[in-house]
Design a protein around this ligand. Structure first.
Ligand SMILES: [Zn+2]
Length: 268
């Protein structure tokens, strides 16, 4: 939008137009979208392979408040893909992410939570955030976040990776993670090509930007699967599973017994 009869100060206020100039020059992005980002609050669960690009690009873009949840410590073997932790082996990952963001963009307020997501704390952790970005390394956390965000009415951006492969989807009131996977397969530590985490995490970052600004078409009801070994990207249209306890609205609370072993819902 052009503002021919207004001064730069009236149009942009105290937005750092130099820092964000390359996104402000996109005609359909502009200052309104930037203001929305600066006023937004997101929760990133996991500051690992997926969380690294998510935290990097969303803090760089000027998302005003980012809460990072991670109980884990940076190890040497993480640095092959968890690039925001360079030089900080031994640090808590949420604290390391905060230090990274402080060096990148002082506009961003970072809150760190050095805990794991559990049925007992998830509702408190997600409260007050506009989007939850799911970047954990285990199925149980994905199920807990899926169920809790739907109960709280907060959009969630899912991503997962395995070797050269990955998937991403956005869950609003659209088909949920349980519609895709009604129960959890056994968790094991997968091999991962670091750049695969970069691609999928970047997709999650863009999805989050689109939700926060209202620009573009999000991946709701659509799952993107990628195979970087063959460079095939494909989209799967998702439908709500008929007996999904989350999408039906039956599940109204988070009970710990729903998150043991297979994470099947046993208590409504
Ligand atoms: Zn569902």
């Amino acid at each position: 939008m052009m503002h021919d009869n207004m001064t730069h100060r009236e149009v942009y206020g105290n937005v750092d137009t130099d820092r964000y100039s390359r996104q402000l020059m996109i005609s359909y992005f502009g200052i309104e979208a930037q203001r929305k980002l600066l006023k937004s609050s997101i929760l990133v669960v996991g500051a690992g392979g997926l969380g690294s690009p998510v935290i990097m690009y969303l803090s760089a873009a000027g998302v005003g408040r980012i809460s990072v949840v991670d109980f884990d410590t940076v190890e040497k073997s993480n640095l092959q893909r968890q690039v925001i932790h360079a030089g900080r082996i031994g640090w808590n990952k949420a604290k390391s992410a905060k230090r990274f963001v402080e060096g990148l963009n002082p506009d961003v307020e970072i809150e760190t939570v050095q805990e794991s997501v559990k049925p007992e704390n998830v509702m408190d952790l997600i409260r007050g955030h506009d989007v939850v970005v799911s970047c954990p390394d285990n199925f149980r956390t994905r199920f807990i976040l899926n169920d809790a965000t739907r109960i709280a009415g907060i959009p969630m951006v899912h991503g997962a990776i395995f070797e050269f492969e990955g998937e991403a989807m956005t869950i609003t009131s659209s088909p949920c993670y349980r519609c895709l996977y009604p129960e959890s397969p056994p968790s094991k530590v997968p091999g991962i090509i670091g750049a695969t985490a970069g691609v999928v995490g970047s997709i999650q970052a863009v999805e989050t930007l689109k939700i926060l600004t209202g620009i573009g078409k999000i991946l709701s009801g659509r799952l993107i699967r990628i195979d970087l070994q063959t460079m095939e990207f494909y989209e799967i249209e998702l439908k709500k599973r008929e007996n999904c306890p989350v999408c039906s609205g039956e599940l109204k609370e988070i009970y710990p017994e729903n998150y043991t072993d297979s994470c099947r819902i046993v208590r409504i």
